[in-house]
Design a binder for this molecule. Structure first.
Ligand SMILES: Cc1cc2nc3c(=O)[nH]c(=O)nc-3n(C[C@H](O)[C@H](O)[C@H](O)COP(=O)(O)O)c2cc1C
Length: 177
């Protein structure tokens, strides 16, 4: 299948995750394009979509929201998979909090959504400027201080497992025709 992995990032780490997911799908026979959402102008050729975004201030980055709204018709008719990269997932009950508060429910309801997850991301405070630090300290809604999560928490085994789950679902979709 022709699969588009579209992602939004502020500091680059979600792009690495997108490329890893893309390579798992490609190694298993899919024709994969991995691209930043803001640069995508046409999606007509694709048969499935994998969308990923970093979270800032408890929300998707605007580039992925805008992409999903722009191509809503295509995303509603083809299998679509979504992940978010963030730090809240590292806290207790993080996954349920993210599903409840970080996901744009009205938008997701319009998609042909097959799977959605949250994966631990990377926060490198050295590369975060003072405005972003201010945003992070005032808007992060976890129990711990966000500065406790200064580091790379991406779990490549979990990323691989989710990519395999997407792969299996794509196989199921292909069999169902
Ligand atoms: C300004 C700022 C705000 C953030 N806000 C949140 C947040 O509200 N919740 C959360 O779980 N993570 C938050 N994060 C953490 C990012 O989602 C995480 O570091 C992500 O992996 C960054 O991905 P990127 O390198 O692709 O930009 C924030 C990070 C920054 C820099």
């Amino acid at each position: 299948m022709k699969v588009l992995v579209a992602y939004a990032t502020a500091h680059g780490s979600t792009g690495d995750v997108a490329r890893r997911i893309g390579s798992v799908l490609e190694q298993n026979g899919h024709e994969v394009t991995v691209r930043e959402a803001q640069y995508i102008t046409d999606v007509k050729d694709y048969e499935a979509f994998v969308l990923g975004t970093a979270i800032e201030s408890g929300a998707w980055l605007p580039a992925l929201t805008e992409f999903a709204m722009r191509f809503e018709n295509d995303l509603s008719s083809k299998p679509t998979y979504v992940w978010v990269s963030c730090i809240r997932v590292l806290e207790e009950f993080g996954m349920s909090h993210i599903m409840e508060y970080y996901m744009p429910k009205q938008l997701l309801a319009k998609l042909n959504l097959r799977s959605i997850t949250a994966l631990a991301g990377k926060l490198d405070l050295k590369s975060v400027d003072w405005t972003e630090r201010w945003t992070l300290s005032t808007r992060y809604d976890g129990h711990a201080w966000p500065t406790n999560f200064d580091g790379d928490f991406r779990n490549w085994d979990k990323i691989f497992d989710w990519a395999i789950a997407v792969l299996k679902d794509l196989q199921a979709v292909a069999i169902q025709g």
